[in-house]
Design a protein around this ligand. Structure first.
Ligand SMILES: Nc1nc2c(ncn2[C@@H]2O[C@H](COP(=O)(O)OP(=O)(O)OP(=O)(O)O)[C@@H](O)[C@H]2O)c(=O)[nH]1
Ligand SMILES: [Mg+2]
Ligand SMILES: [Zn+2]
Length: 308
């Protein structure tokens, strides 16, 4: 039988078969996946083969993982050089962000976008909690929306609490498999409850964001959308570790830089101190946003140089 993984807790998986029946599944033996050292060989969204266990009523064994169309990785929180596959076979990836309570920084947003570019998963940014924004927060929102839209990313502004902008977002979720990421407390689970009537995913209590950064969601889990498509809730994250990123490749993951790379004098230009750099020129002219360049520079600095 073939099924799709909806939830993974590490040792047990929830797998839905083609008839819509949900099974408890375990992994048979040890899988060795090519190229990747992963702390979780099977991820939410994986398409797997399942076989009934002899005696089990509803428990099955996973005997095969089908090739992934794509996947999103994070650095394992425990082992720095290991990767943790968050989800596989995605159509799009959403960052749920907030200007305040908690604040999502531009650096974090840009790292998220770079990760999506690396994995070839279309990305968008949704700002939540606009009901709580003061004038300066709304101005910041405006600045972000204009900047990210100008380089080709869709931006939405919503309030899950006041039901503002939700219908517009439903349109882009329809019939797609979407991963939702973001800091703890931005409202990921609340948002999913809002788009799936009757759903009761656990969320932080009504007192709202406490500033303590407690994680309410602890495992990635996928849900079917009543209007078609699927959505994956994830635990809040503090940082986006960019695994396997090469310094030379980085500018190719900034769409506004990618289109200008051929104009640099040197083809191995890192756009820092090199003469004849088209990227720095565009930043000086204002055609590339200065803060995006700052994000580029910070990420570049954070990448260890390859030691041969
Ligand atoms: N003011 C306001 N509060 C909201 C909104 N959406 C969610 N919240 C509140 O934000 C808090 C956090 O919501 P959660 O849905 O638990 O956040 P999460 O992103 O799932 O957090 P983790 O599971 O820890 O990653 C809750 O108290 C929500 O009620 C909104 O649009 N406006
Ligand atoms: Mg949650
Ligand atoms: Zn350059």
């Amino acid at each position: 039988m073939q099924g799709i993984v909806y939830r993974s807790t590490g040792s047990w998986y929830n797998v839905k078969d083609e008839d819509g029946r949900m099974w408890n599944a375990r992994m048979k033996g040890i899988f060795k996946l090519d190229d990747i050292t992963s702390t979780n060989p099977i991820a939410v969204g994986d398409i797997v083969e399942i076989d009934l266990e002899n005696d089990g009523e509803s428990s099955v064994m996973i005997s095969k993982i089908h090739d992934r169309r794509n996947y999103i990785n994070r650095q394992s929180p425990r082992m720095k050089h290991h990767q943790h596959i968050v989800a596989a076979n995605l159509d799009q990836s959403v960052l749920l962000a907030t200007i305040k309570d908690p604040r999502t920084s531009q650096g974090f947003i840009d790292r998220f976008l770079v990760a999506c570019e690396m994995y070839h998963v279309p990305a968008m940014v949704i700002f939540n909690k606009i009901d709580a924004y003061k004038e300066k927060d709304l101005n910041q929102l405006e600045v972000y929306a204009e900047m990210y839209e100008s380089i080709g990313y869709q931006v939405f502004a919503i309030s899950t609490k006041e039901n503002i902008g939700i219908d517009e977002v439903k349109e882009v979720l329809k019939d797609a498999t979407t991963l939702i990421s973001g800091h703890s407390g931005v409202g990921k689970s609340t948002f999913i409850n809002a788009v799936i009537p009757g759903s009761t995913i656990k969320t932080q209590d009504v007192s709202g964001w406490s500033g303590k950064g407690q994680h309410t969601t602890t495992f990635a889990e996928m849900y079917d959308l009543p209007f078609g498509g699927r959505i994956i809730d994830t635990p809040g994250m503090r940082e986006f570790g960019l695994v396997g990123l090469d310094r030379q490749e980085l500018s190719g993951y900034f769409p506004e830089m990618r289109q200008r790379l051929n104009d640099c004098q040197f083809n191995n230009c890192l756009h820092t101190n090199e003469p004849g750099c088209a990227i720095k020129e565009a930043v000086a002219e204002g055609t590339i946003d200065e803060n995006r360049y700052v994000s580029y520079y910070n990420i570049l600095e954070s990448i260890e140089e390859k030691k041969w």
